[in-house]
Ligand binder design. Structure first.
Ligand code: ADP
Ligand code: MG
Length: 616
Protein backbone atom coordinates (compact mmCIF):
# COMPACT_ATOMS: atom_id res chain seq x y z
CA UNK A 1 0.00 0.00 0.00
CA UNK A 2 1.27 3.41 -0.90
CA UNK A 3 1.06 5.87 1.98
CA UNK A 4 -0.80 8.95 0.77
CA UNK A 5 -0.61 11.03 3.93
CA UNK A 6 1.61 14.07 3.36
CA UNK A 7 3.82 15.00 6.32
CA UNK A 8 6.51 17.63 6.72
CA UNK A 9 9.92 16.09 7.27
CA UNK A 10 11.35 16.66 10.71
CA UNK A 11 14.37 18.89 11.19
CA UNK A 12 16.91 16.07 11.61
CA UNK A 13 15.87 14.48 8.34
CA UNK A 14 16.01 17.76 6.44
CA UNK A 15 19.44 18.48 7.86
CA UNK A 16 20.74 15.05 6.96
CA UNK A 17 19.50 15.47 3.40
CA UNK A 18 21.19 18.88 3.19
CA UNK A 19 24.31 17.35 4.71
CA UNK A 20 24.40 15.00 1.76
CA UNK A 21 25.15 18.03 -0.41
CA UNK A 22 27.46 19.98 1.86
CA UNK A 23 29.27 17.26 3.77
CA UNK A 24 30.77 14.71 1.47
CA UNK A 25 33.92 13.87 3.41
CA UNK A 26 36.22 15.23 6.11
CA UNK A 27 37.72 17.75 3.67
CA UNK A 28 34.31 19.31 3.10
CA UNK A 29 33.82 19.75 6.85
CA UNK A 30 37.24 21.38 7.06
CA UNK A 31 36.30 23.59 4.13
CA UNK A 32 33.15 24.87 5.79
CA UNK A 33 34.76 25.39 9.19
CA UNK A 34 37.86 27.11 7.85
CA UNK A 35 35.81 29.34 5.57
CA UNK A 36 33.75 30.34 8.59
CA UNK A 37 36.98 31.11 10.48
CA UNK A 38 38.18 33.28 7.59
CA UNK A 39 34.83 35.06 7.45
CA UNK A 40 35.21 35.63 11.21
CA UNK A 41 38.36 37.64 10.52
CA UNK A 42 40.81 35.14 12.00
CA UNK A 43 44.54 35.89 11.68
CA UNK A 44 45.56 32.37 12.64
CA UNK A 45 43.77 29.09 11.99
CA UNK A 46 44.75 25.62 13.08
CA UNK A 47 43.32 22.49 11.51
CA UNK A 48 43.93 19.18 13.19
CA UNK A 49 42.69 15.80 12.02
CA UNK A 50 42.85 12.24 13.34
CA UNK A 51 42.24 9.18 11.17
CA UNK A 52 42.00 11.36 8.12
CA UNK A 53 39.36 13.44 9.88
CA UNK A 54 36.88 10.66 10.47
CA UNK A 55 37.71 10.32 14.16
CA UNK A 56 38.35 14.03 14.80
CA UNK A 57 38.47 17.36 13.04
CA UNK A 58 39.49 20.36 15.07
CA UNK A 59 39.43 23.87 13.65
CA UNK A 60 40.58 26.63 15.97
CA UNK A 61 40.58 30.31 15.08
CA UNK A 62 41.23 33.62 16.76
CA UNK A 63 38.39 35.35 14.98
CA UNK A 64 35.42 37.33 16.25
CA UNK A 65 33.72 34.46 18.06
CA UNK A 66 29.96 33.86 18.37
CA UNK A 67 28.01 35.78 21.04
CA UNK A 68 26.61 33.49 23.74
CA UNK A 69 23.01 34.18 22.80
CA UNK A 70 23.65 33.35 19.13
CA UNK A 71 25.42 30.03 19.44
CA UNK A 72 22.31 27.90 19.36
CA UNK A 73 20.96 29.84 16.41
CA UNK A 74 24.16 29.37 14.40
CA UNK A 75 23.40 25.65 14.27
CA UNK A 76 19.94 26.15 12.82
CA UNK A 77 19.44 25.51 9.14
CA UNK A 78 19.64 28.65 7.00
CA UNK A 79 20.99 30.58 9.96
CA UNK A 80 23.60 33.04 8.78
CA UNK A 81 25.00 36.38 9.81
CA UNK A 82 26.32 37.00 6.31
CA UNK A 83 23.38 37.84 4.09
CA UNK A 84 19.86 38.96 4.80
CA UNK A 85 18.10 38.73 1.45
CA UNK A 86 18.55 37.45 -2.08
CA UNK A 87 19.76 40.79 -3.46
CA UNK A 88 22.78 40.57 -1.16
CA UNK A 89 23.96 37.57 -3.13
CA UNK A 90 25.60 39.54 -5.94
CA UNK A 91 27.59 41.61 -3.49
CA UNK A 92 28.57 38.78 -1.19
CA UNK A 93 32.25 38.83 -0.27
CA UNK A 94 32.27 36.23 2.47
CA UNK A 95 33.06 32.62 1.61
CA UNK A 96 30.02 30.94 3.09
CA UNK A 97 26.57 32.45 3.03
CA UNK A 98 24.05 29.66 2.75
CA UNK A 99 23.78 29.17 6.46
CA UNK A 100 23.58 25.41 6.21
CA UNK A 101 27.09 24.23 7.07
CA UNK A 102 26.87 24.03 10.84
CA UNK A 103 23.41 22.45 10.88
CA UNK A 104 24.48 19.92 8.25
CA UNK A 105 27.71 18.98 9.99
CA UNK A 106 25.98 18.70 13.35
CA UNK A 107 23.42 16.33 11.85
CA UNK A 108 26.04 13.76 10.83
CA UNK A 109 28.66 14.02 13.60
CA UNK A 110 29.26 14.79 17.25
CA UNK A 111 30.10 18.47 17.36
CA UNK A 112 31.47 20.58 20.16
CA UNK A 113 31.90 24.32 19.80
CA UNK A 114 33.78 26.54 22.23
CA UNK A 115 33.61 30.20 21.40
CA UNK A 116 34.09 33.62 22.92
CA UNK A 117 33.83 37.16 21.60
CA UNK A 118 36.18 39.92 22.81
CA UNK A 119 33.29 41.86 24.33
CA UNK A 120 32.10 39.02 26.53
CA UNK A 121 33.94 37.98 29.66
CA UNK A 122 33.23 34.31 29.40
CA UNK A 123 32.80 31.93 26.52
CA UNK A 124 30.25 29.31 25.57
CA UNK A 125 30.53 25.57 25.15
CA UNK A 126 27.90 23.93 23.00
CA UNK A 127 27.61 20.24 22.27
CA UNK A 128 25.31 18.88 19.60
CA UNK A 129 25.26 15.27 18.38
CA UNK A 130 23.33 14.03 15.36
CA UNK A 131 21.41 17.29 15.43
CA UNK A 132 20.43 16.82 19.10
CA UNK A 133 21.64 19.51 21.44
CA UNK A 134 23.16 17.96 24.55
CA UNK A 135 24.90 20.80 26.35
CA UNK A 136 25.06 24.59 26.44
CA UNK A 137 27.21 26.04 29.20
CA UNK A 138 29.37 28.99 30.12
CA UNK A 139 33.12 28.29 30.12
CA UNK A 140 36.35 30.18 30.39
CA UNK A 141 37.86 30.43 26.91
CA UNK A 142 40.20 32.63 24.91
CA UNK A 143 38.80 34.89 22.17
CA UNK A 144 37.92 33.00 19.04
CA UNK A 145 36.25 29.72 18.16
CA UNK A 146 37.13 26.05 18.25
CA UNK A 147 35.05 23.41 16.53
CA UNK A 148 35.60 19.76 17.39
CA UNK A 149 33.89 17.39 15.01
CA UNK A 150 34.07 13.78 16.16
CA UNK A 151 33.04 10.53 14.49
CA UNK A 152 31.83 11.93 11.20
CA UNK A 153 28.94 9.89 9.71
CA UNK A 154 28.62 7.84 12.92
CA UNK A 155 24.85 7.90 12.45
CA UNK A 156 24.86 7.40 8.66
CA UNK A 157 26.91 4.20 8.21
CA UNK A 158 26.23 4.08 4.47
CA UNK A 159 27.96 7.41 3.98
CA UNK A 160 30.84 6.33 6.17
CA UNK A 161 31.46 3.39 3.86
CA UNK A 162 32.18 5.76 1.00
CA UNK A 163 35.13 7.32 2.78
CA UNK A 164 38.56 6.39 1.43
CA UNK A 165 41.55 5.46 3.59
CA UNK A 166 42.58 7.89 6.34
CA UNK A 167 45.72 8.71 4.33
CA UNK A 168 43.68 9.67 1.27
CA UNK A 169 41.07 11.63 3.22
CA UNK A 170 43.95 13.32 5.08
CA UNK A 171 45.58 14.33 1.81
CA UNK A 172 42.33 15.94 0.62
CA UNK A 173 42.24 17.94 3.83
CA UNK A 174 45.86 18.90 3.46
CA UNK A 175 45.38 19.96 -0.17
CA UNK A 176 42.47 22.06 0.85
CA UNK A 177 44.36 23.83 3.64
CA UNK A 178 47.25 24.42 1.25
CA UNK A 179 44.93 26.11 -1.22
CA UNK A 180 43.52 28.35 1.46
CA UNK A 181 46.99 29.21 2.73
CA UNK A 182 47.94 30.25 -0.80
CA UNK A 183 44.88 32.40 -1.31
CA UNK A 184 45.08 33.93 2.17
CA UNK A 185 48.77 34.60 2.79
CA UNK A 186 47.97 37.05 5.57
CA UNK A 187 46.47 34.30 7.67
CA UNK A 188 48.79 31.93 9.49
CA UNK A 189 47.69 28.33 8.88
CA UNK A 190 48.78 25.27 10.81
CA UNK A 191 47.77 21.80 9.71
CA UNK A 192 48.30 18.92 12.12
CA UNK A 193 47.70 15.43 10.76
CA UNK A 194 47.73 12.38 12.98
CA UNK A 195 49.78 14.26 15.56
CA UNK A 196 52.32 15.67 13.12
CA UNK A 197 52.50 19.26 12.07
CA UNK A 198 52.41 19.05 8.31
CA UNK A 199 52.15 22.67 7.32
CA UNK A 200 52.82 25.99 9.00
CA UNK A 201 52.57 29.29 7.19
CA UNK A 202 53.73 32.51 8.76
CA UNK A 203 50.83 34.79 7.80
CA UNK A 204 53.32 37.42 6.60
CA UNK A 205 51.27 38.16 3.49
CA UNK A 206 54.00 37.01 1.09
CA UNK A 207 52.63 34.28 -1.19
CA UNK A 208 56.18 33.25 -2.03
CA UNK A 209 56.82 32.24 1.53
CA UNK A 210 53.66 30.09 1.45
CA UNK A 211 54.85 28.54 -1.82
CA UNK A 212 58.17 27.83 -0.14
CA UNK A 213 56.41 26.03 2.70
CA UNK A 214 54.30 23.91 0.38
CA UNK A 215 56.35 23.39 -2.76
CA UNK A 216 59.91 23.97 -1.61
CA UNK A 217 62.79 26.21 -2.45
CA UNK A 218 63.25 25.52 -6.16
CA UNK A 219 59.69 26.50 -6.88
CA UNK A 220 59.64 29.55 -4.61
CA UNK A 221 62.87 30.86 -6.16
CA UNK A 222 61.48 30.71 -9.68
CA UNK A 223 58.38 32.86 -9.54
CA UNK A 224 57.62 35.96 -11.59
CA UNK A 225 55.18 38.47 -10.09
CA UNK A 226 52.05 38.82 -12.18
CA UNK A 227 49.59 41.66 -12.47
CA UNK A 228 46.87 42.36 -15.00
CA UNK A 229 43.92 44.64 -14.83
CA UNK A 230 40.84 45.52 -16.83
CA UNK A 231 37.60 47.18 -15.78
CA UNK A 232 35.89 44.78 -13.40
CA UNK A 233 38.78 42.30 -13.27
CA UNK A 234 42.06 42.41 -11.41
CA UNK A 235 44.45 39.48 -11.47
CA UNK A 236 47.51 39.23 -9.25
CA UNK A 237 49.82 36.40 -8.31
CA UNK A 238 52.90 34.61 -9.54
CA UNK A 239 53.90 32.69 -12.64
CA UNK A 240 56.37 29.86 -12.18
CA UNK A 241 59.18 29.97 -14.73
CA UNK A 242 59.40 26.97 -17.02
CA UNK A 243 61.65 25.30 -14.45
CA UNK A 244 58.67 24.82 -12.16
CA UNK A 245 56.50 23.05 -14.75
CA UNK A 246 54.54 20.00 -13.67
CA UNK A 247 53.32 16.81 -15.30
CA UNK A 248 49.66 17.66 -14.71
CA UNK A 249 47.35 20.56 -13.97
CA UNK A 250 47.79 20.30 -10.20
CA UNK A 251 50.12 23.31 -10.26
CA UNK A 252 47.57 25.58 -11.94
CA UNK A 253 46.07 27.37 -8.98
CA UNK A 254 43.26 29.81 -9.59
CA UNK A 255 41.32 31.67 -6.97
CA UNK A 256 38.26 33.64 -7.92
CA UNK A 257 37.32 36.15 -5.25
CA UNK A 258 39.18 34.07 -2.70
CA UNK A 259 37.79 30.67 -3.68
CA UNK A 260 39.86 27.95 -5.30
CA UNK A 261 38.49 27.24 -8.75
CA UNK A 262 39.17 24.63 -11.41
CA UNK A 263 38.12 26.01 -14.72
CA UNK A 264 38.85 25.05 -18.29
CA UNK A 265 38.95 28.58 -19.66
CA UNK A 266 41.46 29.63 -17.02
CA UNK A 267 43.62 26.54 -17.57
CA UNK A 268 43.59 26.90 -21.34
CA UNK A 269 44.46 30.59 -21.10
CA UNK A 270 47.40 29.72 -18.87
CA UNK A 271 48.65 26.90 -21.08
CA UNK A 272 48.30 29.01 -24.21
CA UNK A 273 50.15 31.82 -22.44
CA UNK A 274 53.02 29.44 -21.67
CA UNK A 275 53.20 28.27 -25.29
CA UNK A 276 56.84 28.02 -26.25
CA UNK A 277 58.01 27.81 -22.65
CA UNK A 278 57.03 24.25 -21.83
CA UNK A 279 57.72 20.87 -23.36
CA UNK A 280 54.78 18.85 -24.61
CA UNK A 281 52.68 17.30 -21.85
CA UNK A 282 54.05 19.73 -19.28
CA UNK A 283 51.78 22.13 -17.42
CA UNK A 284 52.59 25.45 -15.84
CA UNK A 285 52.87 26.17 -12.15
CA UNK A 286 51.10 29.41 -11.35
CA UNK A 287 49.01 31.07 -8.70
CA UNK A 288 46.48 33.60 -9.87
CA UNK A 289 44.08 35.48 -7.65
CA UNK A 290 41.25 36.87 -9.73
CA UNK A 291 39.23 39.66 -8.19
CA UNK A 292 36.17 39.90 -10.35
CA UNK A 293 33.28 42.27 -9.95
CA UNK A 294 30.37 40.35 -8.39
CA UNK A 295 28.15 41.21 -11.35
CA UNK A 296 30.54 39.52 -13.81
CA UNK A 297 30.88 36.21 -12.03
CA UNK A 298 28.54 33.78 -10.34
CA UNK A 299 30.15 31.87 -7.50
CA UNK A 300 26.82 30.64 -6.25
CA UNK A 301 26.64 27.78 -8.73
CA UNK A 302 27.16 24.86 -6.39
CA UNK A 303 27.84 24.70 -2.67
CA UNK A 304 30.83 22.37 -2.90
CA UNK A 305 31.95 22.17 -6.51
CA UNK A 306 34.80 24.40 -7.55
CA UNK A 307 32.88 25.96 -10.39
CA UNK A 308 32.13 29.52 -11.32
CA UNK A 309 30.31 31.20 -14.17
CA UNK A 310 32.02 34.04 -15.95
CA UNK A 311 29.96 36.48 -17.96
CA UNK A 312 32.59 36.99 -20.67
CA UNK A 313 34.86 33.98 -21.01
CA UNK A 314 36.45 35.06 -24.25
CA UNK A 315 37.55 38.39 -22.86
CA UNK A 316 38.94 36.71 -19.77
CA UNK A 317 40.82 34.19 -21.89
CA UNK A 318 42.41 36.84 -24.08
CA UNK A 319 43.36 39.07 -21.19
CA UNK A 320 45.00 36.27 -19.21
CA UNK A 321 46.75 34.64 -22.12
CA UNK A 322 48.31 37.90 -23.34
CA UNK A 323 49.30 39.10 -19.89
CA UNK A 324 50.95 35.75 -19.17
CA UNK A 325 52.90 35.83 -22.44
CA UNK A 326 54.12 39.33 -21.68
CA UNK A 327 55.03 38.56 -18.11
CA UNK A 328 56.97 35.44 -19.01
CA UNK A 329 59.19 37.51 -21.29
CA UNK A 330 60.52 39.29 -18.22
CA UNK A 331 61.52 36.11 -16.42
CA UNK A 332 64.75 34.14 -16.57
CA UNK A 333 63.98 30.52 -17.33
CA UNK A 334 67.22 28.73 -16.60
CA UNK A 335 67.17 25.35 -14.88
CA UNK A 336 69.78 24.44 -12.28
CA UNK A 337 72.39 22.01 -13.53
CA UNK A 338 72.68 20.54 -10.03
CA UNK A 339 69.26 20.87 -8.53
CA UNK A 340 69.15 20.29 -4.83
CA UNK A 341 66.74 17.68 -3.66
CA UNK A 342 63.45 19.57 -3.74
CA UNK A 343 62.94 20.23 -0.09
CA UNK A 344 59.58 21.16 1.20
CA UNK A 345 60.06 22.48 4.68
CA UNK A 346 56.78 20.94 5.67
CA UNK A 347 57.99 17.49 4.72
CA UNK A 348 61.16 17.67 6.74
CA UNK A 349 59.17 17.59 9.88
CA UNK A 350 58.78 14.25 11.50
CA UNK A 351 56.84 13.44 14.59
CA UNK A 352 58.47 15.46 17.34
CA UNK A 353 58.07 15.96 21.03
CA UNK A 354 57.84 19.72 20.50
CA UNK A 355 54.50 19.45 18.79
CA UNK A 356 53.05 16.50 20.56
CA UNK A 357 49.81 17.68 21.97
CA UNK A 358 47.89 16.21 24.79
CA UNK A 359 44.55 14.78 23.78
CA UNK A 360 42.58 17.71 22.54
CA UNK A 361 41.18 19.75 25.36
CA UNK A 362 40.11 23.30 25.84
CA UNK A 363 41.49 25.89 26.12
CA UNK A 364 44.83 24.31 25.30
CA UNK A 365 44.15 23.96 21.53
CA UNK A 366 43.68 27.68 21.29
CA UNK A 367 47.35 28.14 21.89
CA UNK A 368 48.48 27.06 18.45
CA UNK A 369 46.26 29.43 16.58
CA UNK A 370 47.00 32.32 18.87
CA UNK A 371 50.70 32.39 18.31
CA UNK A 372 51.92 35.28 16.25
CA UNK A 373 53.69 34.71 12.93
CA UNK A 374 57.06 35.17 14.64
CA UNK A 375 56.35 32.50 17.18
CA UNK A 376 55.16 30.23 14.45
CA UNK A 377 58.54 30.55 12.80
CA UNK A 378 60.38 29.83 16.01
CA UNK A 379 58.28 26.78 16.48
CA UNK A 380 59.07 25.78 12.94
CA UNK A 381 62.79 26.05 13.70
CA UNK A 382 62.59 23.97 16.80
CA UNK A 383 60.69 21.37 14.86
CA UNK A 384 63.56 21.01 12.47
CA UNK A 385 66.10 20.93 15.26
CA UNK A 386 64.17 18.16 16.89
CA UNK A 387 63.94 16.30 13.61
CA UNK A 388 67.71 16.34 13.28
CA UNK A 389 68.51 12.75 14.28
CA UNK A 390 66.13 11.41 11.69
CA UNK A 391 67.54 12.99 8.56
CA UNK A 392 71.09 12.96 7.18
CA UNK A 393 73.29 15.71 8.57
CA UNK A 394 73.75 17.39 5.22
CA UNK A 395 70.06 17.65 4.54
CA UNK A 396 69.46 18.95 7.98
CA UNK A 397 71.93 21.80 7.65
CA UNK A 398 70.43 22.64 4.32
CA UNK A 399 67.02 22.69 5.85
CA UNK A 400 68.00 24.92 8.72
CA UNK A 401 69.77 27.41 6.53
CA UNK A 402 66.90 27.72 4.09
CA UNK A 403 64.31 29.25 6.29
CA UNK A 404 61.78 31.67 4.91
CA UNK A 405 63.46 34.74 6.41
CA UNK A 406 66.66 34.18 4.47
CA UNK A 407 64.73 33.17 1.48
CA UNK A 408 63.30 36.66 1.08
CA UNK A 409 66.82 38.08 1.12
CA UNK A 410 67.89 35.89 -1.76
CA UNK A 411 64.74 36.91 -3.58
CA UNK A 412 65.92 40.47 -3.30
CA UNK A 413 69.33 39.77 -4.79
CA UNK A 414 67.55 38.09 -7.66
CA UNK A 415 65.93 41.41 -8.45
CA UNK A 416 69.27 43.18 -8.88
CA UNK A 417 70.63 40.43 -11.08
CA UNK A 418 71.04 41.34 -14.77
CA UNK A 419 69.69 38.41 -16.81
CA UNK A 420 72.52 36.44 -18.35
CA UNK A 421 70.92 36.46 -21.81
CA UNK A 422 70.81 40.23 -22.18
CA UNK A 423 72.86 42.80 -24.09
CA UNK A 424 73.90 44.33 -20.82
CA UNK A 425 75.26 41.09 -19.42
CA UNK A 426 76.90 40.06 -22.69
CA UNK A 427 80.08 42.08 -22.05
CA UNK A 428 80.58 40.30 -18.76
CA UNK A 429 80.27 36.79 -20.17
CA UNK A 430 83.47 34.79 -20.17
CA UNK A 431 83.22 32.09 -22.80
CA UNK A 432 85.34 29.18 -21.64
CA UNK A 433 84.98 26.67 -24.42
CA UNK A 434 83.18 23.71 -25.88
CA UNK A 435 82.80 20.25 -24.34
CA UNK A 436 81.75 17.03 -26.07
CA UNK A 437 81.49 19.05 -29.31
CA UNK A 438 77.98 19.91 -28.10
CA UNK A 439 77.91 22.24 -25.10
CA UNK A 440 79.45 25.65 -24.49
CA UNK A 441 80.60 26.69 -21.03
CA UNK A 442 80.38 30.27 -19.91
CA UNK A 443 81.05 32.12 -16.67
CA UNK A 444 78.87 35.03 -15.61
CA UNK A 445 78.36 36.59 -12.19
CA UNK A 446 78.33 33.80 -9.63
CA UNK A 447 77.36 31.00 -12.00
CA UNK A 448 78.62 28.67 -14.63
CA UNK A 449 76.25 28.49 -17.62
CA UNK A 450 76.05 25.65 -20.09
CA UNK A 451 74.49 26.22 -23.50
CA UNK A 452 73.29 23.44 -25.81
CA UNK A 453 74.48 24.64 -29.22
CA UNK A 454 71.89 22.63 -31.13
CA UNK A 455 68.93 23.80 -29.05
CA UNK A 456 70.18 27.38 -29.18
CA UNK A 457 70.66 27.32 -32.93
CA UNK A 458 67.25 25.73 -33.43
CA UNK A 459 65.66 28.56 -31.53
CA UNK A 460 67.55 31.19 -33.49
CA UNK A 461 66.44 29.68 -36.80
CA UNK A 462 62.88 29.31 -35.58
CA UNK A 463 62.50 32.91 -34.53
CA UNK A 464 64.26 34.14 -37.64
CA UNK A 465 61.82 32.32 -39.86
CA UNK A 466 58.80 33.49 -37.85
CA UNK A 467 60.03 37.07 -38.07
CA UNK A 468 60.57 36.82 -41.79
CA UNK A 469 57.13 35.32 -42.19
CA UNK A 470 55.52 38.20 -40.30
CA UNK A 471 57.56 40.81 -42.14
CA UNK A 472 56.94 38.97 -45.42
CA UNK A 473 60.66 38.78 -46.15
CA UNK A 474 61.10 35.04 -46.47
CA UNK A 475 63.50 34.21 -49.27
CA UNK A 476 63.21 31.16 -51.48
CA UNK A 477 65.70 28.68 -52.73
CA UNK A 478 65.10 27.24 -56.19
CA UNK A 479 65.05 23.46 -56.47
CA UNK A 480 66.87 21.71 -59.34
CA UNK A 481 65.39 19.43 -60.27
CA UNK A 482 61.89 20.30 -59.05
CA UNK A 483 60.20 17.82 -56.71
CA UNK A 484 56.84 16.29 -57.57
CA UNK A 485 54.51 15.30 -54.73
CA UNK A 486 51.23 13.43 -54.81
CA UNK A 487 49.49 14.02 -51.48
CA UNK A 488 46.28 12.10 -52.29
CA UNK A 489 42.84 13.58 -52.85
CA UNK A 490 42.35 14.94 -49.31
CA UNK A 491 45.90 16.27 -49.14
CA UNK A 492 45.52 17.89 -52.54
CA UNK A 493 42.32 19.63 -51.45
CA UNK A 494 43.99 21.09 -48.37
CA UNK A 495 47.01 22.09 -50.35
CA UNK A 496 44.92 23.89 -52.98
CA UNK A 497 43.08 25.84 -50.30
CA UNK A 498 46.33 26.85 -48.58
CA UNK A 499 48.49 27.52 -51.61
CA UNK A 500 48.82 31.21 -50.80
CA UNK A 501 50.03 30.45 -47.30
CA UNK A 502 52.70 28.13 -48.60
CA UNK A 503 53.74 30.79 -51.06
CA UNK A 504 54.03 33.36 -48.31
CA UNK A 505 56.34 30.90 -46.56
CA UNK A 506 58.71 30.74 -49.50
CA UNK A 507 57.32 27.80 -51.43
CA UNK A 508 56.67 27.89 -55.15
CA UNK A 509 54.17 25.22 -56.07
CA UNK A 510 52.44 24.43 -59.37
CA UNK A 511 49.59 22.04 -60.18
CA UNK A 512 51.04 19.11 -62.08
CA UNK A 513 47.94 17.31 -63.34
CA UNK A 514 45.50 15.22 -61.30
CA UNK A 515 46.38 15.47 -57.60
CA UNK A 516 50.08 16.00 -58.26
CA UNK A 517 52.03 19.18 -57.53
CA UNK A 518 55.45 20.38 -58.58
CA UNK A 519 57.56 22.18 -55.96
CA UNK A 520 60.02 24.46 -57.70
CA UNK A 521 61.28 26.48 -54.70
CA UNK A 522 61.38 26.09 -50.91
CA UNK A 523 62.06 28.43 -47.95
CA UNK A 524 65.77 29.25 -47.94
CA UNK A 525 66.02 28.51 -44.24
CA UNK A 526 65.10 24.93 -44.86
CA UNK A 527 67.49 24.17 -47.70
CA UNK A 528 69.31 21.51 -45.74
CA UNK A 529 66.21 19.40 -45.27
CA UNK A 530 64.85 16.87 -47.72
CA UNK A 531 62.11 19.02 -49.31
CA UNK A 532 59.78 16.15 -50.09
CA UNK A 533 59.87 14.76 -46.57
CA UNK A 534 59.31 18.15 -44.94
CA UNK A 535 56.45 19.04 -47.22
CA UNK A 536 54.69 15.71 -46.74
CA UNK A 537 55.16 15.96 -42.96
CA UNK A 538 53.41 19.26 -42.78
CA UNK A 539 50.59 18.20 -45.10
CA UNK A 540 50.04 15.11 -42.97
CA UNK A 541 49.76 17.28 -39.88
CA UNK A 542 47.22 19.44 -41.63
CA UNK A 543 45.19 16.41 -42.64
CA UNK A 544 45.07 15.32 -39.02
CA UNK A 545 44.04 18.61 -37.50
CA UNK A 546 41.89 19.83 -40.34
CA UNK A 547 42.21 23.38 -41.54
CA UNK A 548 44.71 25.30 -39.42
CA UNK A 549 45.46 29.03 -39.38
CA UNK A 550 48.27 30.42 -41.51
CA UNK A 551 50.25 31.49 -38.44
CA UNK A 552 50.21 27.90 -37.15
CA UNK A 553 51.40 26.57 -40.49
CA UNK A 554 54.28 29.01 -40.31
CA UNK A 555 54.99 27.95 -36.77
CA UNK A 556 55.05 24.28 -37.64
CA UNK A 557 57.30 24.89 -40.57
CA UNK A 558 59.59 27.08 -38.50
CA UNK A 559 59.79 24.48 -35.80
CA UNK A 560 61.11 22.10 -38.43
CA UNK A 561 64.05 24.40 -38.87
CA UNK A 562 65.55 22.28 -36.12
CA UNK A 563 66.43 19.85 -38.83
CA UNK A 564 68.59 22.56 -40.35
CA UNK A 565 70.21 23.57 -37.06
CA UNK A 566 73.80 22.76 -36.23
CA UNK A 567 73.79 19.37 -34.54
CA UNK A 568 75.37 18.28 -31.33
CA UNK A 569 78.68 16.55 -31.89
CA UNK A 570 79.86 19.31 -34.21
CA UNK A 571 82.98 21.29 -33.48
CA UNK A 572 82.19 25.03 -33.51
CA UNK A 573 84.79 27.75 -33.41
CA UNK A 574 84.76 30.44 -30.68
CA UNK A 575 83.74 32.96 -33.33
CA UNK A 576 80.82 30.80 -34.45
CA UNK A 577 79.71 30.27 -30.85
CA UNK A 578 80.01 34.00 -30.19
CA UNK A 579 77.83 34.75 -33.18
CA UNK A 580 75.30 32.19 -31.99
CA UNK A 581 75.14 33.82 -28.54
CA UNK A 582 74.69 37.24 -30.11
CA UNK A 583 71.69 35.97 -32.03
CA UNK A 584 70.30 34.16 -29.02
CA UNK A 585 70.34 37.37 -26.97
CA UNK A 586 68.14 39.11 -29.48
CA UNK A 587 65.29 36.61 -29.09
CA UNK A 588 62.11 37.11 -27.15
CA UNK A 589 62.30 33.78 -25.39
CA UNK A 590 65.88 32.58 -25.73
CA UNK A 591 65.53 29.99 -22.97
CA UNK A 592 63.78 27.25 -24.92
CA UNK A 593 64.09 25.58 -28.26
CA UNK A 594 60.86 25.42 -30.31
CA UNK A 595 60.04 22.10 -28.65
CA UNK A 596 60.34 23.53 -25.16
CA UNK A 597 63.71 21.98 -24.27
CA UNK A 598 66.07 24.32 -22.43
CA UNK A 599 68.83 26.05 -24.39
CA UNK A 600 70.79 27.02 -21.29
CA UNK A 601 71.26 25.67 -17.77
CA UNK A 602 73.11 27.05 -14.78
CA UNK A 603 75.30 25.79 -11.97
CA UNK A 604 75.87 28.35 -9.28
CA UNK A 605 79.14 28.82 -7.50
CA UNK A 606 77.36 27.90 -4.28
CA UNK A 607 76.29 24.58 -5.82
CA UNK A 608 79.89 23.85 -6.79
CA UNK A 609 81.17 24.90 -3.38
CA UNK A 610 78.67 22.56 -1.83
CA UNK A 611 79.74 19.66 -4.03
CA UNK A 612 83.35 20.22 -2.97
CA UNK A 613 82.26 20.59 0.64
CA UNK A 614 83.72 24.08 0.88
CA UNK A 615 80.44 25.14 2.32
CA UNK A 616 77.81 22.99 3.90
P1 ADP B 1 27.21 30.55 6.83
O1 ADP B 1 28.71 30.48 6.96
O2 ADP B 1 26.77 30.21 5.47
O3 ADP B 1 26.66 31.83 7.37
P2 ADP B 1 27.30 28.42 8.70
O4 ADP B 1 26.34 27.36 9.05
O5 ADP B 1 28.61 28.01 8.18
O6 ADP B 1 26.59 29.39 7.70
O7 ADP B 1 27.51 29.34 9.97
C1 ADP B 1 26.40 29.96 10.59
C2 ADP B 1 26.80 31.22 11.33
O8 ADP B 1 27.60 30.88 12.46
C3 ADP B 1 27.66 32.16 10.52
O9 ADP B 1 26.90 33.01 9.72
C4 ADP B 1 28.41 32.92 11.61
O10 ADP B 1 27.65 33.97 12.10
C5 ADP B 1 28.55 31.88 12.72
N1 ADP B 1 29.88 31.25 12.73
C6 ADP B 1 30.19 30.03 12.26
N2 ADP B 1 31.50 29.74 12.46
C7 ADP B 1 32.04 30.82 13.05
C8 ADP B 1 33.38 31.16 13.52
N3 ADP B 1 34.41 30.30 13.38
N4 ADP B 1 33.56 32.37 14.10
C9 ADP B 1 32.51 33.22 14.24
N5 ADP B 1 31.25 32.98 13.83
C10 ADP B 1 30.99 31.79 13.25
MG1 MG C 1 29.77 28.87 6.58
Amino acid sequence: MVNRTIELLNRETIDQIAAGEVVERPASVVKELVENAIDAGAGAITVEIREGGRRLIRVTDNGCGIPADQVRKAFLRHATSKIRKAEDLTAVTSLGFRGEALSSIASVAQVECITKTTEELTGTRYVIEGGEESLLEEVGAPDGTTFLVRNLFYNTPVREKFLRTPATEGSYVRGFVENLALSHPKISFTCIQEGRTGLVTDGSGDIRSVVYQIYGRDTAKNLIPFHAEEPGIRVTGFLGTSITAKGNRAGELFFVNGRPVKDDTLSKAAEEGYHGYLMQHRYPFLILNLDIDGTLVDVNVHPTKKEVRFSDREKLFRMLCLAIQNTLLSGEHIPDAAPGKEEKPSEIKKETPVLERKPVSVPEPFETARRSGMQQLQKYDSVKAAAYPEIPAEDHKEAVREKPAEYSVSQQSLLEHVPVLSEQARRMHRLIGQVFDTYWLMEYEDSLYIVDQHAAHEKVLYEKMMRQYREKTITSQMLFPAVVVEPGTAGAAILRSRLLVFESLGYEIEEFGGDAFKITAIPANLYRIDPRELFTDILDQMKETGDIPAESIAERLASMSCKAAVKGNTALSFAEADALFDELLGLENPYHCPHGRPTIIRMSRADLDRKFKRIL
